[in-house]
Design a protein around this ligand. Sequence first.
Ligand code: PLP
Length: 416
Amino acid sequence: MAYGKMKEFLQTELKSVRDGGLYKEERYIFGPQGADIKVEFPAGAPQKEVLNFCANNYLGLSSHPETVKSAHKALDDWGYGLSSVRFICGTQDIHRQLEQKIAAFLGLDDAILYSSCFDANGGLFEVLFKEEDAILTDALNHASVIDGIRLAKAKRYIIKHMDMEDLEKQLSSPEVKAARFRVFATDGAFSMDGDVAPLAKICDLCEKYDCLVMVDDSHSTGFMGKHGKGTHEHCGVMGRVDIITSTMGKALGGASGGFTAARKEIVELLRQRSRPYLFSNTLGPVIAYSAITIIDLLSKSTERRDKLEKNTMYFRKAMTEAGFDIRPGVHPIVPIMLYNAKLAQDFARDMYAEGIYVIGFFFPVVGKGLARIRVQLSAGHEMEHIDKAIAAFIKVGKKYDILKKSKDEIIAKYGL
Ligand code: PLP
């Protein structure tokens, strides 16, 4: 039996994942996503009510009554599925409406929908960039940007994370200058650090060296910038970014779906040639219609992104004052630096016991010796939720004696 040999190999692989402490156990949530959730962890343990500080539910819209109401309406009016790719018989009026709404909201010419942002990134680069082109890419870009670039035949240049000197050095190299087209691809906000790409400087440099700018704004669409348009609004470069990819799987309702918004001809060619668009089923009508409702909601009022900003700044300030080592910034992703992987795991476990659901991240998800707990704020959090989280952090922080301690002191105590 062919599988016998492979089975043994896979069992060994799985054992090494477990032995390395890298095995990911899934935790079951009972009921809808939100600030208060019921979780069963570990498997078989009694369900526990916890406050959720680890979802990408930035605007608290995942189970919001408006979202759910529009999903019900969509089911009634447009059915459940289309059983077709877009170009055969999988395009309803709402799919095109959503594309136009996204483009108008982001200030770009047009947009094209995908089943996910992973697909949007996967189907982007190979259509536009060939052997004679150059793709420059931030070293910490999301896996889907990396994979999308891998599929293209263009030459690839990795830029040190958010290092503008390195970007200029590589843009001005004879090889990159000789390319037919150039593009610099970056996440708008980076998911592990919550840092925001310096898009003003990036646009200046890219304009100087005749290079397009592509931003994956999955962790920003809907809430970064004064009107929630994203990091291009936050950085004051609307109209200067050529391509934005993003997801409906985070702030915009959290179900699934992605898109590429870009200049007119780019979107037109993607519709002709982008493989995950051409060869994969259309987005469910429920998602298309609910996303329209959400974009309308966000276009009318900035209330939810304002609340998220207030929650974020409140949490960041209180945690800094309490003596935690947090990476500074303005994004609702707040990394609480612990450096040691075991400490991050133990800390997260103790927070769970206190009723606060947060996750410890360590190598290889982040660099060696950079273990942390990543907190994600939401407009779905009320002040009392945030105060409870802060109080639990302080209690557990005292237990491990890491408050008001420098990085070196934490490392001296716990090692790397
Ligand atoms: N890009 C970034 C920066 C992300 O964080 C993610 C999700 O983790 C994706 C793309 C993929 O988005 P989706 O879940 O829509 O495939």
